[in-house]
Design a protein around this ligand. Structure first.
Ligand SMILES: Cc1cc2nc3c(=O)[nH]c(=O)nc-3n(C[C@H](O)[C@H](O)[C@H](O)COP(=O)(O)O)c2cc1C
Length: 424
């Protein structure tokens, strides 16, 4: 049995984490994934059914110890611990927009009442602004756990030295982590990163040691370089190497987990303390039920194989929750459009019907179109493999001279490196 993951005072059992995904892992999607993790096999019929577990995670009242070796420079009392079946991280929130209380950003810091712990991911390039954002979260009790994103490979960000380009500048990375941990008021701070810029400029082992020095609680490693973007395969050996390099804190492995069995295999092959699952659950939030079953040793028979009718009910529920979250049913349906291809992947749906679903403008229209699918069509096995982004890029765009000296931060990073962007 894989031991639980401890993120500061929070216990995560099984040790599975929903990867932050910009535009995807908002409160509605997190709720769906969590319901399935909690034993829900309701496929859209509302509250989870099956194994009765408390809604959301429970407040234990007894804080568990901090992760071994986690330096506590904050001098504040431990926060109340929670126990959850999985950890469900928000999409990335830029620190500048947060401290400016940008309305759209404030909406992203929304958690459903039942979400515990509330995990927020921040992205920032300026130590002072990151510190202010973290302090705001702690002071205003906006979250229970803060994750910092250093994995974004998007050119408009790396061009300015942000995202996955940033850990190359070791002193800057250290300064950001220092400010974050120092301002967190006892909240656990974790970080997520890639292996480095490219194979010639790997940064993850140095970054890991810096993270330990600065009191980071856990590290998630996506086993790709920025140059790989989402192409090729994730390097799980790198996860094993990081595990060895930072024995003091938990290491979470990330990259190419498409099934619950992949998650078990990653733990077995790398020794990682938990797994972070992203694209595999796009249009498949029930993967979290499979993950819970797999870590409980239940085997493949316990995995979800929803028929089209069940998938359709999840789709409708997802769109409904989005509308409630956005305060506007039609906006919810429009936001849901990006999920249609993932949910319907592999089902025998003509291209016209798929297209109509992807442009539905109201819940009524969406429901009508979903009524027309064959509810008994079984889960298409071909739909289990890779989904979402899979493309690669040839080169990482960086500021001029960026690679000349990992310790020279004189040029600083432009504020443009913190543009609202699409993630990791
Ligand atoms: C649409 C999309 C948005 C993403 N947004 C973020 C983000 O906001 N923050 C982050 O750290 N990673 C982000 N990522 C990266 C994922 O968290 C994850 O590291 C990556 O997809 C690899 O894991 P996977 O193979 O399980 O998908 C994003 C990925 C995708 C596909």
């Amino acid at each position: 049995m894989t031991p639980p993951l401890h993120i500061g005072p929070h216990t995560v059992q099984p040790p599975v984490v929903l990867a932050p995904m910009a535009g995807i892992t908002n409160a509605p999607f997190r709720t769906l994934c969590r319901e399935f993790a909690e034993g829900g096999r309701g496929y859209g019929e509302g509250a989870p059914t099956g194994t009765p577990t408390p809604t959301g995670a429970t407040t234990t009242g007894t804080p568990t110890p901090r992760a071994n070796g986690t330096a506590d420079r904050t001098g504040t009392a431990d926060r109340t611990g929670t126990t959850g079946r999985g950890l469900f991280v928000s999409e990335m929130i830029t620190t500048r927009a947060l401290v400016e209380r940008n309305a759209k950003t404030m909406q992203l810091v929304h958690f459903d009442d039942s979400e515990r712990p509330r995990s927020v991911q921040l992205y920032g390039v300026d130590p002072v602004t990151v510190g202010k954002a973290v302090r705001m979260i702690a002071d205003e009790d906006l979250a229970d756990h803060i994750d910092l994103n250093f994995g974004c490979p998007v050119p408009k960000v790396t061009r300015k030295g942000g995202g996955s380009a940033l850990p190359y500048k070791r002193p800057l990375l250290r300064a950001i982590l220092h400010e974050a941990v120092g301002n967190a008021g006892g909240l656990p701070v974790t970080m997520k990163m890639r292996k480095g810029i490219d194979d010639g400029h790997l940064t993850y082992l140095d970054a890991g040691r810096i993270a330990v020095d600065e009191g980071i609680t856990a590290i998630a490693l996506h086993g790709r370089t920025a140059a790989q973007h989402y192409g090729g395969t994730a390097d799980w050996d790198a996860i094993a190497r990081l595990r060895e390099a930072v024995p003091e804190i938990p290491v979470l492995g990330n990259g190419d987990i498409w099934s619950a069995d992949d998650a078990l295999r990653m733990v077995r092959e790398t020794g990682c303390d938990g797994v972070v699952v992203g694209r595999g659950c796009l249009g498949r939030p029930w993967l979290f039920g499979d993950l819970v079953a797999a870590f409980a040793g239940e085997g493949e028979e316990a995995y979800a194989r929803p028929c089209f009718g069940e998938v359709a009910r999840v789709m409708l529920r997802h769109a409904t929750l989005l509308g409630e979250w956005l305060g506007d049913e039609a906006r919810g349906v429009i936001d849901f459009r990006k999920h249609v291809a993932w949910y319907t992947k592999g089902f025998s749906l003509g291209s016209q019907a798929r297209q109509r679903l992807a442009v539905a403008a109201s819940l009524e229209e969406l429901a009508g179109l979903l009524d027309a699918v064959d509810p008994d069509e079984p889960w298409p096995h071909g739909a289990d493999g890779p989904r979402g982004r899979t493309h690669s890029r040839n080169k990482v765009v960086l500021p001029e001279g960026w690679l000349d000296d990992p310790y020279d931060c004189a040029a600083g990073i432009g504020a443009e490196a913190e543009v609202d962007t699409s993630g990791g």
